[in-house]
Design a protein around this ligand. Structure first.
Ligand code: NAP
Length: 495
């Protein structure tokens, strides 16, 4: 079958890059399968995309927010209509199992409905004035042109967290997806076109982080960069934005942990740890990569976990017999393998896995064995650095205080969880864990769109996506003072 070539979307038209070059999008479960060719964009394409977003700004911000919301609600309807085929394509290009790619699309549906409703809210405040006959209020204004740069692990959900709030707030957007997952991004953008979004309001260009991402961040007509990806790339984005006096919001890496106390329901905890550590093949920013177990139940818990991990079935995510799909690419597989060697070298005990998986039908994909390390100490590199693969470290703790100390001894602060039957311990953990998300008797993954999402320390820069907090990223506040006294009233000045 002929391989299809996909184009960029600039000013409402599908156009090829002036570079004349493309790159291949491959299936990580079978690298021989090419899913499509995408534009290897250059500076010229980038300039055209930004120019188009600047041109569309005035018209879009002047469209009443409820009308903007109506278009976005149509995007939500189209996501529902195409949910299954979007999920199938996403599994093909990203590898995670179908149930999870369906969840990815569902998250975008939820986010779209929730946030499109902001078209009829976008609330500000009214506050009293210190003077008579004077009215004070705040209103939200769009920031301008937004650059949305996204990773590959949630190919539709994460773009939705940026595009939908940016657009409802009256911004226009240039969207650069990850080079590993351009097909899902393309299909998402097609839905905005079908929903009737005016030309230029959303522009889509594909290409590498260095060739397109960096110049996009630096472009003088970009007012805000909304980035999700690794902490290393995020730091580069932050430097460039700070230097150019731009706004930026960053969602970055994690080293998330689950605490299992001696009073925990161990069967429930094992299920939560399996889902957190091996769901999405460990490639979630919220993945559980450390489980910190009370010494009284360590042996029992480890045995249960080992048995359950051994039963996981690797394979193509399109098959309903598969529990764990491939990693995203060979570079990621080599990185994970490298960390397993580091763990062994550091003296951790390899209980299971630790190697690439090439058996049978998996031979052409980037599969890796689900891996368990025991006897891990908190300062080991495998307990400190983000691995982003199916590798779980088991650490021992002596008490809740000790467990919290281990969780917080990290440069990241995204997600944490605790399994306990004791309400006092649960609330103490909520108070002390230094992470943006904390789950009680549930895994480190499972965020819902109506709550803020993001993390502390090296995970973010103080912003939160989703919920109503997303509006803080994508709007500027204007304070308005209406004096209807007919005289010159001077605040703070005594007569
Ligand atoms: P990444 O390598 O940092 O890439 C993220 C995006 O940035 C991609 O679109 C990439 O383009 C682009 N990019 C690369 N270099 C760039 C540069 N110098 N300037 C501007 N853009 C650049 O991250 P990833 O491997 O795709 O994603 C995995 C990471 O994302 C993990 O660390 C994970 O924890 C994090 N993540 C965080 C969250 C969260 O909400 N906190 C959610 C999901 C993932 P190319 O694809 O073309 O290289």
């Amino acid at each position: 079958m002929a391989i299809r070539t996909y184009k960029n979307f600039i000013d409402g038209k599908w156009v090829a890059s002036s570079s004349g070059k493309t790159f291949d999008n491959i299936n990580p479960a079978n690298k021989k399968e090419i899913l499509g060719r995408f534009q290897k964009s250059n500076a010229n394409d980038l300039n055209n995309a930004v120019k188009s977003a600047v041109k569309a700004q005035e018209c879009w911000r002047n469209l009443p927010a409820p009308k903007r919301g109506e278009i976005l609600f149509r995007v939500g309807e189209l996501l529902i209509k195409h949910k299954e085929s979007l999920a199938q394509d996403m599994t093909r290009e990203m590898g995670k199992v179908l149930n999870e790619t369906r969840g990815d699309v569902q998250e975008a549906i939820d986010l779209t409905y929730y946030t499109a409703g902001e078209g009829r809210r976008l609330q500000g405040e009214t506050v009293p004035s210190e003077l008579n006959n004077k009215f004070c209020m705040t209103v939200r204004m769009p920031v301008g042109v937004v650059a949305a740069i996204t990773p590959w692990n949630f190919p539709i959900a994460i773009p939705s967290w940026k595009l939908i709030p940016a657009l409802i707030c009256g911004n226009t957007v240039v969207f650069k997806p990850a080079s590993d997952t351009p097909l899902s991004a393309y299909r998402f953008v097609k839905l905005f076109e079908e929903a009737g979004l005016p030309p230029g309001v959303l522009n889509f260009i594909t290409g590498t982080g260095t060739e397109i991402g960096e110049p996009l961040v630096e472009h003088h007509n970009i007012n805000l960069v909304s980035f999700t990806g690794s902490t290393d790339t995020g730091a580069k984005v932050a430097h460039k934005c700070a230097w150019n006096m731009k706004q930026y919001s960053l969602e970055m890496g994690g080293k998330n942990a689950i605490i299992v106390m001696d009073d925990a329901n161990l069967d429930l905890a094992v299920e939560g740890v399996i889902w957190g550590a091996f769901g999405t093949t460990g490639q979630r920013c919220t993945a559980c990569s450390r489980v910190i177990v009370h010494k009284k139940v360590l042996k029992k818990f480890t045995n249960l976990l080992l048995k359950r991990t051994k039963a996981l079935r690797l394979g193509d995510g399109l098959k309903n017999t598969t529990d764990v799909g491939p990693l995203i690419n060979e570079a990621q597989r080599q990185k994970v393998l490298g960390y397993c060697k580091v763990g062994v070298g550091e003296g951790a005990k390899l209980l299971l896995g630790g190697n690439v998986f090439k058996n049978g039908k998996c031979r052409n994909g980037f599969f890796f064995e689900p891996t368990l390390f025991a006897g891990v100490s908190p300062k080991m590199r495998i307990a400190q650095e983000e691995i982003f693969g199916p590798v779980l470290s088991i650490l021992e703790c002596k008490s809740l205080e000790n467990a919290v100390e281990i969780v917080n001894d990290s440069r990241f602060g995204l997600s944490s969880a605790i399994y306990t039957q004791d309400v006092n311990r649960a609330f103490k953990a909520i108070e002390k864990l230094d992470t943006g998300l904390t789950y009680i008797n549930s895994s480190t993954i499972g965020a819902e769109v109506q709550l803020p999402f993001g993390g502390t320390k090296g995970t973010g820069n103080g912003h939160r996506e989703a919920g109503t907090t997303a509006l803080e990223i994508f709007t500027e506040w204007k304070s308005v003072f209406v004096d209807y006294s007919g005289t010159l009233q001077k605040a703070q000045i005594e007569d």
